[in-house]
Design a protein around this ligand. Structure first.
Ligand SMILES: N[C@@H](CCC(=O)N[C@@H](CS)C(=O)NCC(=O)O)C(=O)O
Length: 216
């Protein structure tokens, strides 16, 4: 099994957390999408050119972080079960995963993009995006009143999606203001899978700062 990814891509981090939770072996293939040659080479291999991408043992190409994780969970009986057996909890897991990708991760992308743009016009846009994310953080805080992890007592796909978003959001938002979310975030930061991904992110970020590696 091969994973095409970049350590600084949030959707790649989501899949890495799942792979480490499953204790699944894979060949890491780091792709630098901002390097024109690597991008062209990757796009020849996989025309949509999006990361992450999994190549299964049988050579099947599987895109989309949530689908990759569903594939890994069904393929490996080892480690954490990422899709709960209980059908209602499994449905909630899928729902939270969709909400996190659409209403948190993608909004964070837009916020990061707007913050990089230097101009007066985008202040209102930035405020709006920050409000949207704060509202979503409030929603998560409420949901975490009842559960140890986001959807149940066990870690699921939804937590794989959430950890990378919180890792990024902690730079812009005061997560400690949300009691349950703060408890959850402390607990997440002690999880082995998160620590492994964090180490890889920090190494890659260091390379970007020192000019050795472009950002995807
Ligand atoms: N819905 C996709 C999103 C994948 C995605 O947007 N990946 C970004 C990196 S985080 C990417 O490959 N962007 C490259 C591009 O759009 O050129 C997933 O869950 O995997």
């Amino acid at each position: 099994m091969e994973l095409f990814y970049h350590p600084l891509s949030r959707y790649s981090q989501k899949v890495l957390i799942a792979l480490y939770e499953k204790q699944a072996n894979f060949y890491p293939r780091v792709i630098e999408l901002s390097d024109p040659l690597s991008r062209r080479e990757f796009c020849d291999f996989y025309p949509p050119g999006k990361l992450p991408l999994l190549k299964s043992k049988s050579g099947e190409l599987i895109p989309e972080s949530s689908i990759i994780i569903e594939f890994i969970d069904s393929e490996f009986s080892t480690g954490t079960r990422l899709f709960p057996i209980d059908r209602r909890i499994a449905l909630d897991t899928r729902l939270q995963d969709r909400l996190i990708d659409n209403d948190f991760s993608n909004v964070l992308f837009e916020l990061e993009h707007q913050k990089l743009e230097d101009g007066d016009q985008n202040h209102i846009m930035i405020k709006q995006l920050e409000n949207d994310i704060s509202q979503f953080l409030g929603y998560l805080d409420k949901k975490l009143e009842k559960n140890h992890w986001l959807c149940s007592d066990g870690l699921t796909l939804a937590d794989c999606a959430l950890f990378p978003c919180l890792h990024c959001a902690q730079d812009y938002f005061k997560l400690f203001q949300y009691d349950n979310l703060n408890r959850y975030w402390h607990q997440a930061q002690l999880r082995g899978s998160y620590l492994q991904v964090k180490e890889e992110v920090e190494l890659a970020a260091g390379d970007v700062l020192s000019g050795r590696r472009p950002i995807p």
